[in-house]
Structure formats: C-alpha cells, structure tokens
Design a protein around this ligand. Structure first.
Ligand code: S3P
Length: 430
C-alpha cells in the first residue's frame, strides 16, 4: 500500500489549465471506432487506466488500435470482422467498459469471459445482464449472473422495449449498443435524463437514432463509418479544480476547452446556486459536443439542497461537491443519490468516512448526505479506498487543511486523471 503526504498551501491557485479528455466520450470513441468500417482518429483521448481497458478489450477481438499518447488510430473493419478472444477479458476497475462492452458482446456469435478488479467484482451487472438476456443473449456470472466474473454467449439478438429501472447512462448505452447489433428497432425509455454521449456519437459515426422526451429508438444492423473524434476536456475532472479555486482564498482559475454537454453540467448549476463566482466563456461546438472555458474565483458560498433530476448530471461530482459544502455557510443536504452506493466504492460511505477523518461534520443517509458548513479541515490520515474521485477530493481538501494529510492509496487517481498532481502543481502560485 502506498501513501502520499499532501501539504497545505499558503498561496492561491492561479492561471489556466487544460484538463484531460472526457472519460465517457473516450470509451465510446473506441467502441464505435471498433464497430465501424474505416479509420477513426481520436484526439485528446483520455490516457487513463479505464479507457485503456476498453482499447485492450477490442484489441483482444482483433481490432487494430494504435495509441500514441493522446491520439488513437482505429482501423475499423466492421462488426462482422470482430473475432472471438482467446482469453478472458480483464476490465480492471472500469464500470463503463463492463456495461457498454456487455451490450456489444451480447450481439456477437461468440463466447466471452469478463472479469475485473476487487471493486468492479462487487458492482452490480444484473442491471445490464437482465435486458440483454431478454434480447436473447446467454449470460451467466457469480450469484445468478449478478456479478463478475461473467460469461457471455451472444448472437441472434431480438429487439426489445426497455424502461431503465436505474438512472444509468451505462445501462442505457449497453442496451442501445445491443440494439445496434439486433434485428429490428430497440427502444430505451428513461425517467430521468442521463448523459447522452452514446446517442451523439452514434450519429457522428453516421448512425441513426430517434430521441423523443426520454425515449430513444435505435435501428439494428446499421453500418457505421469511421470518423475523427476530438474529445473535449472532462468536466468531471475539471470539477476538482473548479472547487479548489472556489475554496482556496484569493484563487482565480480558468479551465480551458471543457465539455459542456447539458447532461453533464450540473456541477455548474450547483456552483451557481451556492453563490460561487463562476463564468463560462468561449462556448462553441466541436464534433457535436458543446465546449467552453470556465473561470472560477474564490468567493464565499452557501449551503443548498441538492436532489431530484440534477443528480445524474452531477453523479461523479458529488464527492467534490461534499467538500465544497464543508466550506459553505449553512447546511447542504444531498438526496436521491442512492446510485452513489454502486460506484467504484460506496461513495456515500467513503465520502463520509474520509471527510470525517480530516475534521468535517458530515453524516450519511440512505440516499445521500447531510453536510454542515463552516468546517475546518484539520489534516490526518485519509484513505482513497482505491476510488479515484475520493483520492482527488482528498488532495483538494489538503490545500485548505491546517495540517498535512496522508493520503492512502493515491495510485487509483491514474484511472481517470494520471497527470492530476502535476497539473495541480502548475496552478499553485509559489
Ligand atoms: C458513465 C456513466 C455514469 C458515471 C460513470 C460514467 C458513462 O455511470 O458515473 O463514471 O460513461 O456512461 P451510471 O450511468 O451507471 O450512473
């Protein structure tokens, strides 16, 4: 087990930063590029461990994928040329690879075995296995197919109409990808809108999809054509610096070229509602996704209630929002976020335990947390529990801590942001 000593800063955060490519979009670029015919060039690809798992999975199926830093070239030959892998596929820590890949594999007439690390092995897969079985895939795994390791025998899928019981873009995307491999039209209905990068990217690859107030319909057996994808900066990674600048006195920071897809920008709404000094400039569209630069300056913030429709739009940002809430005037109450329990860790438990360990006043509830504001961060020992977003939240907390924080298990940060500590260093004014 490794540790990293994080020391408080006596200065502020200043300047500009380009955060790495969006994790969700990077995964999908590899998936669609591998299903399409022709070359796909992905630029500003997220060179993080999770996305590398998606590349390795398609390489195992015979796709020629070459990566040089943040540029990836995929020599797509179409679905029919995908091969049966010789060995089980290791998904590491990546829930997105697991749920989306299952959708693809369900449509292929081969046998697959999937496994993951300790965390992924505990995360529910029945949410995607159940609809895929309805479509005709043969899927089994530990505890009646609920958990990895999972085996799939795919092929001959029929289309379904599926209403997602969980607010999950991963489940929606997995079913849509299976729908793409099936005969006929597959419909997915979601009660609460989740991120729509799968739908957008299908269109970028020449596919057709119908979207009508929460119902998405995809025609099966469409041929996709390789294309160039430029991945915008990940707003979920930018969130750590947005909040760092909001809580470190005297700071002013601009995050450049960040993805501003409305299904992802709940963090900006939360910052506005809490009274943070934030501004979005240079808005434009790149490759079908809105992009812009976000400037944040330090200012006092107030506690708010966060619940309902916004939750899927901030689902990955809640750990860092919890830290912001510890610094606000008054109480913040987060509800309707039970999905946090099924992330890389049970993020209600891990956020509460870590923030408590370093001096915050926070309590977990069934579906969220109650955070008292005006709390001092006192330092101490805090564990990431192997969860990248918890690790980065602790690193941001250390900036305003009265004493150093020893972060246990910092290595997991490479899952979504390998350059996190060097980027942080760039913006600390000495
Ligand atoms: C993701 C969707 C979200 C998110 C995850 C990435 C995606 O998960 O937490 O980091 O790329 O579709 P759920 O859709 O399961 O909530």
């Amino acid at each position: 087990m490794t540790e990293k000593l994080l020391t408080p800063i006596s200065s502020s955060l200043q300047g500009e930063l380009h955060v790495p490519g969006d994790k969700s979009i990077s995964h999908r670029a590899i998936i669609f590029g591998s299903l399409a015919s022709g070359t796909t060039k992905v630029t500003h690809f997220l060179d993080g461990e999770d996305c590398l798992r998606t590349i390795a999975a398609f390489q195992a199926m015979g796709v020629n994928i070459e990566k040089q830093g943040q540029t990836v070239l995929i020599d797509g030959k179409g679905v029919k040329e995908l091969k049966e892998p010789l060995e089980p596929i290791n998904l590491g820590n990546s829930g997105t690879t697991a749920r989306l890949l299952l959708g693809v594999l369900a449509g292929l007439p081969y046998h697959f075995t999937l496994y993951g690390d300790e965390s992924l092995t505990k995360r529910p897969m029945d949410r995607i296995a159940v609809p895929l079985k309805q479509m005709g895939a043969v899927i089994d795994g530990r505890e009646n197919g609920k958990y990895l390791p999972i085996s799939v025998r795919g092929g001959n899928l029929k289309s379904i109409s599926f209403e997602t019981p969980v607010k999950s873009a991963q489940v929606k995307s997995g079913v849509l990808l299976a729908g793409l491999m099936a005969d006929g039209w597959t419909t997915v209905t979601e009660k609460t809108t989740t991120r729509d990068h799968t739908e957008n990217m299908l269109e970028a690859f020449g596919g057709k999809i119908k979207k009508q107030s929460g119902t998405i319909t995809i025609e099966g057996k469409q041929s996709l054509i390789g294309t160039d994808i430029h991945v915008p900066g990940d707003i979920s990674s930018a969130a750590f610096f947005l909040i760092a600048a909001a809580i470190v006195p005297g700071s002013s920071l601009t995050l450049k070229d960040v993805g501003l897809n409305p299904t992802r920008t709940g963090i900006l709404d939360v910052l506005h509602a809490m009274g943070a000094a934030i501004q979005v400039v240079e808005e434009r569209t790149i490759g079908g996704e809105p992009v812009g630069s976000i400037t944040v300056s330090y200012s006092p913030v107030k506690g708010i209630d966060i619940n309902g429709e916004i939750i899927p739009r901030i689902i990955d940002e809640i750990p860092i929002i919890a830290l912001l809430a510890t610094q606000a005037e008054g109480e913040t109450i987060i509800r309707d976020a039970e999905e946090l329990r099924y992330k890389e860790t049970d993020r209600i438990e891990s956020v509460v335990q870590t923030l408590k360990a370093i001096g915050a006043d926070i309590e977990g509830t069934k579906d969220g947390m109650i955070i008292k504001g005006n709390s001092s961060i006192d330092g101490g020992v805090a564990d990431s529990f192997g969860d990248h977003r918890i690790g980065m939240m602790i690193a941001v907390a250390s900036l305003i801590s009265s004493q150093p924080i020893t972060l246990k298990n910092p290595g997991c940060i490479a899952i979504s942001y390998p350059e996190f500590f060097s980027d942080l260093k760039k913006i600390i004014v000495e």
